[in-house]
Design a protein around this ligand. Structure first.
Ligand SMILES: [Zn+2]
Length: 454
């Protein structure tokens, strides 16, 4: 007799554990964790009178999707609007729906949970919440949002696992070393359950973006202008020194650092800072570059060596390449967003939506990444690689690779059930595959209607 009976068994499926094993046809779950993957026959012994059994009719099961850079509260406020309208060339001023009360913020987070559950997303990183945004006009990033997240986590109402980064300046704006240090001194990482809500690190805005000519780069802008770091200081050397101190101070405090850096000069500074920080205290805290538009091949090698990850948005590359060429000169976008080279260098690349900049649809982001990377020799291998950027790699970025991101025994039972096997379609066709069911911690949190699963 088996020692344990499953709570939930999914069978007649294509189960992709993302752990290198051959695809299974069935998956058993108990107490919010994966019990075992295997054939329908092998898992029959785990079915007891109380087991919920779903026959998936050939549907596919993946680990729950993890969007490593997604502004949940802002998304919940804005949806169905996003900053990029359908198929336009660049982000306009964008729609604005400011959140004014605690109740509105709570509703926005809950709305984000609904939107994401319907996409099979079971984890996301809320990249930048903190006191610097308490007076922010969008109302989606201040301490009141932190309080709402804590409250919803305590009530068990978060429909996805959330990793949060503290922000001690303004979103997409200036910060000072003084406020950063003051923020770190008061950092409060308590939460009811770090598997559901984890304040893991800090976000630093190093620079802006190439289309706005605000990326900190050694390249020349076509109009002769040059950009500055967003970190405060009297001149470039002082701003660079203050930025470096921020990274080193956070590292010393044991916090992960996510740096918004699009320019190669900003990325170089971050890598210098991480290198020095690790000389002083050699621990891998999973620091990472956010966006990384103009990262160069030498920097990719350094990132791999220093354990620095990359969270990038292929959808932004596809949509803004021509604007980048206009800002930095023709052909500049050819070497920007080197996603293929990043993967070749061994960097745990995370593909993300940056929603509500882009819609939070990971299927479209995978299609965009495939388009950006160019023709693949082996389409299945390409799909595997891109799916890892939404499962295995972001779990690593979350410092959670030991318990989520694959469907090996003992891992969190966070699942995304698709209407068709993603390995039977091309990345370009993936957006047409439906998300039929989403499971978080062994519980069904979304089921597409009308009910189609027996
Ligand atoms: Zn963002």
């Amino acid at each position: 007799m088996p020692t344990s009976v499953a709570d939930l068994v999914l069978r007649a499926a294509a189960v992709h554990t993302m752990a290198g094993a051959a695809p299974a046809t069935a998956l058993a779950v108990r107490d919010g964790r994966v019990l075992r993957a295997g054939t329908d026959a092998q898992l029959r012994e785990l079915i007891g009178p109380g087991t919920k059994v779903l026959d998936l009719g050939g549907r596919a099961v993946l680990p729950g999707i993890n969007d490593a850079h997604l502004h949940g509260t802002w998304l919940g406020a804005l949806w169905p609007d996003t900053l990029f309208a359908e198929d336009d060339g660049g982000p306009g001023p964008g729609p604005e729906k400011p959140l004014r009360t605690a109740a509105e913020r709570r509703a926005a987070i809950l709305r984000a949970g609904e939107i994401l559950a319907a996409l099979g997303i079971t984890s996301y990183t809320e990249p930048g919440l903190g006191p610097g945004e308490d007076d922010g006009h969008l109302g989606a990033f201040g301490m009141s949002v932190v309080e709402q997240y804590r409250q919803l986590a305590a009530e068990g109402l978060l429909r996805a696992r959330v990793t949060a980064l503290w922000l001690y300046g303004e979103l997409d704006g200036p910060s000072t070393l003084k406020n950063f240090r003051a923020g770190l001194a008061t950092v409060d990482r308590r939460g009811p359950d770090p598997r559901r809500l984890n304040f893991r690190g800090v976000k630093i805005f190093a620079d802006g973006i190439p289309p706005m000519r605000s990326a900190y780069t050694r390249h020349c802008y076509a109009d002769g202008s040059h950009a500055h770091l967003l970190v405060g200081g009297a001149d470039d050397p002082e701003r660079e020194e203050n930025f470096t101190r921020m990274v080193r101070t956070a590292h010393e405090a044991g916090l992960q650092v996510g740096v918004h850096a699009t320019g190669d000069r900003a990325i170089e500074l971050m890598l210098d800072a991480v290198e020095r920080a690790r000389e002083e205290r050699d621990v891998d805290l999973g620091h990472y570059v956010i966006h990384g538009d103009l990262v160069n091949p030498a920097q990719l090698k350094r990132m791999a060596r220093l354990g620095v990850g990359l969270s990038a948005q292929a959808g932004i590359a596809v949509r803004t390449a021509s604007v980048v060429d206009a800002a930095l000169g023709p052909g500049s976008s050819d070497t920007a967003w080197p996603l293929r080279e990043a993967l070749d260098a061994g960097i745990p690349l995370c593909l993300t939506s940056d929603a509500p900049v882009l819609p939070p649809d990971w299927r479209r982001e995978i299609a965009a990444a495939d388009q950006w990377m160019g023709p693949a020799e082996d389409v299945r291998e390409r799909m595997e690689t891109l799916l890892r950027c939404y499962t295995v790699h972001p779990a690593q970025q979350d410092g959670a690779a030991s318990w989520k991101g694959t469907l090996e025994p003992g891992m969190a039972a966070d699942l995304c059930v698709l209407s068709a096997d993603p390995f039977a379609v091309t990345p370009a066709e993936l957006p047409d595959v439906e998300v039929d069911l989403t499971v978080l911690d062994g519980q069904i949190v979304y089921e597409r209607s009308p009910r189609t699963i027996a």
